[in-house]
Design a protein around this ligand. Structure first.
Ligand SMILES: Cc1cc2nc3c(=O)[nH]c(=O)nc-3n(C[C@H](O)[C@H](O)[C@H](O)COP(=O)(O)OP(=O)(O)OC[C@H]3O[C@@H](n4cnc5c(N)ncnc54)[C@H](O)[C@@H]3O)c2cc1C
Ligand code: HEM
Length: 458
């Protein structure tokens, strides 16, 4: 996470984002088995616009003084209404393009409101940077979104569609507050973001050899292993027999599954294999339904996908990857957030790395702790330090901590590169603790298993 990224979050929070209330009805778990149903190449409908970058001039990356003034004036009002605006935006987008909800967007994130919050904080945070911190480069804060977009196959023509619905929702909510000057300023902000995202996405597609649209490949499940309570790994081999493409430790893939109600749902899973392995592995925690509906895709994978089945999988994406310095490393995770670090640890072992490694993992109980023995083996081979804390002490192995390990109490060299992954409350607390333990904020990276709620209000 860069300083620019932190500044981005601070600005979004300072301006205050509107509260969310909108929900769509719960969806039920799939009643019947469908293995893949996704053609290789791309599962997307073309009606929402695809193909090349829209035919319009590329916005200048810096705002004029006049536009900056209009933006700064309108930010408090837009900030206060942004929740309503993003809800209105998605409602109108999906009304006109229901296929986007059924074949591209994550309908769980729509139902919980998390995606609305993520885009709201992105818009306000970004506009605030342009208004008040024009020296920060847009590409520094948009990289994560570009990777997510590439992993789900966003294409340039869709930016026009999104612009229309977003600015339409803004104008509807703000009414007379949306003067033509304010509208022009926000349109300019939108296209600075869109152009930056499209340019980065194009680079990502080219480097994944996925041009002009994302290359979905079919992968066969050749092994399935139980890693903890409700956590299962799927070992994947390209169905065409070709070798798996390269990836960087820490990257994720998007898995597309067609559910029995016909909806195509996409979810990201970190690769838990090492780049040198002959198979790819993803490790999936099944999201249980307690007070909320069970997770659609994780349940489908656990219940329906077995040996020999075919999954449609994107190329690898994600910018939270193991750095190639020689600095000491700290990996701190909670629950299933361990997965990207397993790939990093396995890679360090495979390459005989001499780096100093500290792994801290917190979990609810020992039975929930995924890939426990594998991580222990890696840390032992690397001569590293492993600290594990369980909230529920029953059956805990000796040496583990009662409750979460206090990251602030660690002694860490000031050159440490820290990687964090887990639920947002864990990330917020862990970030403060590792900084107290001596890690500089610019040496800190985090992965969130959902829309980037790190930036959104807690
Ligand atoms: C970069 C990245 C890497 C990831 N890596 C991993 C990984 O390695 N392993 C892993 O297990 N996961 C990983 N994830 C998370 C994964 O992508 C999925 O989010 C997760 O599997 C849950 O998906 P699902 O379809 O089962 O749940 P969803 O159906 O998406 O549900 C998600 C939540 O929304 C709630 N919800 C759904 N509908 C409603 C409704 N109508 N009303 C109220 N609540 C509702 C559900 O109860 C659930 O709590 C990663 C995510 C990202 C972004
Ligand atoms: C300037 C324009 C846009 C902005 C600012 C934006 C912002 C975002 C943000 C903040 C996220 C969450 C990223 C994360 O996980 O951290 C996201 C995800 C996503 N965006 Fe965009 N986006 C834009 C344009 C588009 C377009 C044109 C499309 C195509 C229709 C699109 C489709 C998606 C999808 C499918 C996801 C994943 C949603 C999910 O998994 O819930 N976005 N975007």
């Amino acid at each position: 996470m860069s300083g620019a990224h932190e500044e981005f979050g601070r600005m979004a929070r300072k301006l205050g984002l509107g509260r969310r209330t909108g929900r769509i009805p719960a969806t039920q778990p799939p009643p019947a088995a469908v293995t893949c149903g996704v053609p290789e190449g791309g599962p997307y409908p073309s009606s929402a616009g695809a193909g090349r970058r829209p035919d319009r001039p590329v916005a200048s990356r810096a705002l004029s003084e006049r536009t900056r003034g209009a933006l700064a004036e309108s930010l408090p009002e837009v900030g206060a209404a942004i929740g309503e605006i993003t809800r209105g935006f998605y409602a109108s987008l999906f009304r006109e393009h229901p296929e986007l909800l059924n074949r591209m967007f994550n309908r769980g994130n729509q139902a919980t409101g998390e995606q609305q919050d993520a885009i709201a904080s992105a818009l306000i945070g970004f506009a605030s940077l342009l208004a008040y911190r024009p020296y920060i480069r847009p590409e520094d804060v948009l990289n994560r979104i570009a990777h997510k977009h590439a992993s789900v196959g966003v294409v340039p023509g869709q930016y026009k569609v999104v612009e229309r619905h977003l600015l339409g929702a803004m104008s509807e909510v703000l009414g007379s507050g949306m003067s033509s000057r304010v509208e022009a300023a926000w349109r300019e902000v939108y296209w600075i973001m869109a152009d930056t995202l499209m340019a980065r996405e194009e680079q990502l597609y080219v480097s994944a050899r996925a041009e002009p649209v994302p290359a979905w490949r079919h992968w066969r499940v050749v092994r399935r292993t139980e890693e903890a309570h409700h956590v299962r790994s799927f070992w994947l081999q390209p169905a065409d027999g070709a070798p798996p493409p390269p990836f960087l430790p820490g990257q994720y893939v998007t898995v597309a599954v067609e559910l029995p109600d016909g909806a195509l749902q996409l979810r990201q899973y970190s690769l838990t294999s090492a780049p040198g392995d002959s198979l790819w592995r993803i490790t999936v925690r099944r999201v249980q339904g307690t007070s909320r509906p069970p997770g659609e895709v994780s349940s489908f994978l656990h219940e329906r996908i077995g040996l020999g089945d075919i999954l449609a999988v994107s190329p690898p994406y994600g910018e939270v990857v193991l750095d190639d310095s020689t600095s000491p490393l700290l990996f701190a995770s909670y629950g299933i957030g361990l997965t990207p670090f397993v790939s990093m640890l396995r890679h360090l072992v495979d390459t005989g790395s001499p780096r100093l490694v500290t792994v801290v993992h917190n979990d609810r109980c020992v039975g929930d702790h995924p890939l426990r023995f594998e991580v222990e083996d890696c840390v032992r081979t690397l001569g590293g330090r492993l600290l594990v804390g369980y909230e529920d002490r029953s059956g805990c192995p000796s040496g583990s901590y009662p409750g979460p390990v206090d990251l602030a109490s660690l002694t860490l060299p000031h050159t440490t590169r820290a990687y964090l992954c887990g639920p947002v409350p864990f990330l917020r607390a862990a970030r403060l603790s590792v900084i107290r333990a001596g890690v500089t904020p610019s040496s800190l990276r985090y992965e969130v298993f959902g829309p980037d709620m790190w930036q959104a209000p807690s």
